[in-house]
Design a protein around this ligand. Sequence first.
Ligand code: XBP
Ligand code: MG
Length: 235
Amino acid sequence: SITTLIFDVDGTLADTEELHRQAFNAAFADAGLRWDWSRTLYRELLHVTGGKERMAHHAASLDLGEVDRRALRAHIPALHAAKTRHYAAMVAGGRLKLRPGVARLLREAHEAGMHLAIASTTSPANVEALLTATLGPQGPGLFGVIACGDLVASKKPAPDVYELVLRTLGADAEEAIAFEDSAHGLRAARGAGLWTVVTPTWWSEAEDFTGADLLLPHLGDPGEPLAGEPGARLP
Ligand code: XBP
Ligand code: MG
């Protein structure tokens, strides 16, 4: 029987990528870098999971000399730390809400005695900020394991972060269901042997979800409106 629900964070619990994008751009501006990631470019860049990896990929695509390229690469950890500060502050300021049905599913699964876990690519600070801002101070405590990208050798689409969750809980893949929003996340969860529900967002809707066990517009009641383009909703 199913004892465990494992959730991706970005895109699945909340439609976070517009705020991530704004946080990247704020960090670039702070550093005096003339990078400004548009929504269209960012949607493509999401194919590279992990913020540090995404910036390195972008830097590699630019026509830079070797010296500039090395200097930029060396600066990525500091840029990413600044991005995380911007993002966590925006989230703590209440800029995000959970996607439809998420709060109810978490509450009802918890009340039924199921194990809840997180398998995310983003930083622990960001996950904590989101769970606290949306579920209150007890939010992070609902989850028995919060596993994040930098804890494992390979980020999604590798299955590592899901395998870490299962190992930590001492659970078998057959006992758990994964919730994802992206093709990379789906591959990670399926790679760990998990039955996987996919709820795409505007950022991921064009991706290939072949292999998903259940594809739903969201986790809410039928007829709840689709989110549409994220920028339209954010203050
Ligand atoms: C989310 C990501 C993350 C965020 C940015 O992937 O790829 O990189 O976009 O977060 P998933 P960081 O939902 O599949 O876990 O900048 O903290 O990496
Ligand atoms: Mg995701």
